[in-house]
Design a protein around this ligand. Sequence first.
Ligand SMILES: Cc1cc2nc3c(=O)[nH]c(=O)nc-3n(C[C@H](O)[C@H](O)[C@H](O)COP(=O)(O)OP(=O)(O)OC[C@H]3O[C@@H](n4cnc5c(N)ncnc54)[C@H](O)[C@@H]3O)c2cc1C
Length: 504
Amino acid sequence: MAKLEADVIIIGAGASGISAAVAAAEKGASVILIEKGSTTGGAANMGMGFFAVESAYQKAQLVGLTKEAVFRFFMEYTHWRVDARLIRRYIEQSADTIEWIESMGVKFLGAYKYFEQSMQTWHVVKTQGSNAPAERAASGMFHALTERAEELGVLVLYQTKANKILFEDGHVFGVEIESNGESKVAEGTCVIVATGGFGDSPKLIKEYLGYEWGKDLHSFRIPGVEGEGLKMLWEAGAAKTAPVMELTYTTPGVTDVYKTLSETMRQPGLMVNLDGLRFINEEILNNTVFTGNSISRQRERLGFTIIDESVLASYKKTGLDYVTVHHNIKTVEKWEKELQSYLSGEEAEASGLSMLHNKDQKEARNLFEAESIEDLCEQTGIDLEGLKKTIAEYNEFATSEDLQFFKKHRYLRPLKGGKLYAAKHFPAGYGSLGGVAVNDKMEALTPEGKKIEGLYSCGTDACGIFGDSYCFYLPGNTMGFAVNSGRIAGYEAVAFLDSLDAEE
Ligand SMILES: Cc1cc2nc3c(=O)[nH]c(=O)nc-3n(C[C@H](O)[C@H](O)[C@H](O)COP(=O)(O)OP(=O)(O)OC[C@H]3O[C@@H](n4cnc5c(N)ncnc54)[C@H](O)[C@@H]3O)c2cc1C
């Protein structure tokens, strides 16, 4: 069998790995891309688009965002606890990356927001024959990147798992890989690790983030992202950094299944914890990261939104307050049908997404219909006295103003009686973020801050750019970081190879 040898060996062909492969190959390097699954694109095949600033789309849409403003915002948001050089480089490159992807035949619909207060940075990929944002739209982009990689001669080894980064005389030497039960070595001067974090490892989630998956966390589990790259990097001497979960919140069995029920129960109405106490200005519910953080602080990490027939009637009349781009539910016209289907336990046609985060919760009841507050508390376990007091106070606020958390008056809809509905919300997430120290060249760093020559990491494994919470104000930022950091890693690996050639 021919020897497996290339200038650059990349582990993981997801968003960042395939980007790194194309970038390195475009600069003339030979590349082997190792992917344990059978496709490229990884978790990003589930996504819709990515972050950029000062793109041609934003200019055409009169979005006045500047790189400077976004850089300043980013650093304020993270309290300067992240690598300013890397953030600056990422932002600087981001619009060019849109053009780079377009050069492979991909089209974008334009730049979008996630929610009202967010910025218009999410460049949603256009799907063939449609002019509307569509779930999983980004998968087309990974086909294009893969075609480009193949044209450039990148050797993609599917269903091949990387196990260990190898060193010889202190230098990166290659990667130990395994396919069909056979162990081999792919030799290379540079290794780029791009394995997507550990969103599919309940063990690492518990160890590093403190959540028990399926109990108090219902994050997406994208098959295959099990922290193997991080373990290889740490074993190779790279420093650990504290990972976080890209947090959001969910109602298992409802979210991504019954879209009208789910979206109606994610409006800025009343939200309480198990003690029946408000804990959030519910206007924040459209920032799913902050809401996930806030729910995580509550007893049993639970939050409940509560509406009644009168609130439902007002949504029927005026439509929902918050409409999301990906679900695009504006009215509650399907409420009764969906409610009946949910309460009767009918098998619903679910999007594949729900199966990624709640398969163990299919039997649990997380949406409730009740005849009275007593009935609701009985069903949900919410403290009756606490809830009665909260509702009385909330209804009082609705006649004047929210003296507790200053929610805008237009979202203060009193609960006037009749049937009540509650949704139980748990912390959820898209996956882990970060875990290994890198510099602005995506070179892996030792605990002493020294680079490990020839060893790089990009994408989720190296995504320590948000501090403690993913920045939902700048949409598209995880795929944006994955594609851009992959590109940086690819270019920098080739620059390193060139520097070795120059020395000889
Ligand atoms: C439902 C959903 C929707 C999303 N939508 C968006 C969005 O619209 N915008 C956005 O910015 N972000 C979005 N994201 C996040 C985005 O998908 C990730 O940020 C991105 O995929 C990270 O890229 P990555 O290369 O680090 O990891 P991944 O894309 O997950 O790729 C990792 C790859 O490494 C492979 N691998 C792992 N271990 C090994 C091993 N030992 N050997 C070989 N291969 C290995 C895996 O099989 C996988 O293919 C979404 C995520 C989800 C779950």
